[in-house]
Design a protein. Structure first.
Length: 435
């Protein structure tokens, strides 16, 4: 009974923060102390509880390092002309009929290159929404397409922190996981593209694409060399180079583009890596400002505190009673179904993707003992379910950065289709095996 009370108290704090429009960090810090004193009540010493919390942090240390690199890379790609170059050429194929689909595809491309939904929505997402708004396309449609595309790379990008986390938790090969994610998302991807194509058929506009393109040509040197930082990500990933090394080399290339192609002073480049890109031209600023290590500070803190929960949940046995219920569900819905239900619950409680993944893995360890299958289950459930929770930072950060309402979650088709499609496949296979 006490365990349920602890969870209710924590969830209540989350709802209160959402209702009062207060930072989720406050609820997470409150939850940390609730769990800490719960552990003390269960006869764990203060040093033991701190050790449990630190053990959770060690699990995500690579993720935290990647957050720093992501902040830097999103700044230098903007200032160095990499993103402007991609957008300039991508806008040549834009039309009102195709714009919803283009929002999804462009954000999917950038999320694959960067591995970050936050960085994607803050860069390509903002640009896509700006173009879509000028065409008179309802933000409910374009916002959902951006959210879907932003999280496409979370499943299959070698730069993805969630993919790296799952690889670490399950002790599986990152690149094998990524290939599996591509194979298991083909049908959801095709259906999503079809839906967004149909949604765009009713739109007409007098949009002049040359206006947007001129913003980039007037303020950036769009020499083909500026695409090198993005090419580094793709090529190095194909050769399975370590993610941190790949990102670091891309950052160095981006800094070189800033210095020698865009002629930005070195001191300004260093400032930009910390505080983000802040162009003086208002038209450019409205499209490209942002990035930098500071932009990842909130997400960094949330993941840091959330990681503490994982160790304390496991060490105190708080979730053991929940585990028994999930075992019964998995016997009826297949192991994937058990992870599916667990991911829904963990996403609702955790308010961020990282803790949702860690809780789902922790609770389902006995449901699916094959590490590769567990990686498959987590990638196709927790990763894409977290952004469907309105109070999760996985949803609020991307949608806030593009100025879209929470209702856009309803049109994020890809995020629904991936878990439902894979659940259907597993249920079908289970039924066929029994027959």
């Amino acid at each position: 009974m006490l365990e349920i009370g602890v969870l209710v108290l924590f969830v209540g704090a989350l709802f209160a923060c959402v209702a009062l429009d207060v930072s989720i960090l406050i609820a997470l810090i409150f939850g940390f102390f609730v769990l800490f004193f719960y552990g003390i009540y269960k006869k764990h010493s203060a040093s033991e509880m701190l050790s449990l919390a630190f053990s959770g942090i060690k699990t995500v240390r690579n993720i935290l390092i990647n957050f720093v690199l992501i902040g830097i890379i999103t700044a230098v790609w903007r200032a160095g002309g990499t993103i402007p170059y991609i957008v300039y050429h991508a806008t040549k194929v834009c039309s009102p009929h195709a714009m919803v689909l283009v929002c999804f595809l462009l954000c999917a491309l950038i999320s694959f290159l960067t591995g970050t939904a936050f960085g994607t929505s803050a860069t390509m997402g903002v640009i896509c929404i700006t173009i879509a708004n000028s065409m008179g396309i309802p933000i409910l449609y374009s916002g959902g397409a951006v959210l879907s595309g932003a999280f496409w790379g979370d499943r299959c990008s070698p730069m993805s922190t969630s993919a790296l986390l799952i690889s670490s938790l399950t002790k599986t090969n990152l690149f094998k996981n990524l290939l599996m994610m591509v194979r298991t998302s083909v049908v959801p991807f095709v259906i999503t593209c079809t839906v967004y194509t149909l949604l765009g058929q009713g739109f007409e506009s007098d949009f002049d694409i040359s206006t947007t393109q001129s913003i980039f040509t007037d303020n950036f040197n769009l020499h083909p060399t500026v695409i090198i930082p993005a090419v580094v990500i793709v090529v190095f990933s194909l050769f399975k180079v370590n993610v941190k090394i790949t990102m670091s080399i891309s950052i160095v290339c981006g800094i070189l583009m800033c210095a020698f192609v865009q002629h930005i002073p070195f001191a300004e480049i260093m400032r930009m890596t910390v505080f983000g890109y802040a162009p003086e031209v208002p038209e450019v600023a409205s499209l490209l400002s942002g990035g930098g290590m500071v932009s990842m500070a909130n997400a960094f803190c949330i993941v840091l505190i959330s990681a503490c929960y994982s160790g304390m949940f496991e060490g105190t046995g708080l979730l053991h009673s929940v585990h028994d219920v999930l075992m019964k569900i998995s016997r009826k819905l297949t192991p994937f179904g058990g992870v599916f239900v667990t991911s829904i619950l963990s996403s609702l409680v955790s308010c961020n993707q990282t803790l949702a993944i860690m809780l789902a893995h922790q609770l389902c360890g006995d449901i699916e003992k094959d590490n590769n299958k567990m990686a498959y289950c987590l990638e196709n459930t927790a990763v894409v379910m977290a952004p469907l929770v309105p109070w999760s930072i996985a949803a609020t950060v991307p949608l806030s950065s593009i100025g879209a309402p929470s209702l856009c979650i309803l049109t994020a088709c890809y995020l629904y289709l991936v878990p439902l499609w894979n659940l259907s496949l597993n249920l079908y296979k289970e039924k066929r095996n029994k027959s």
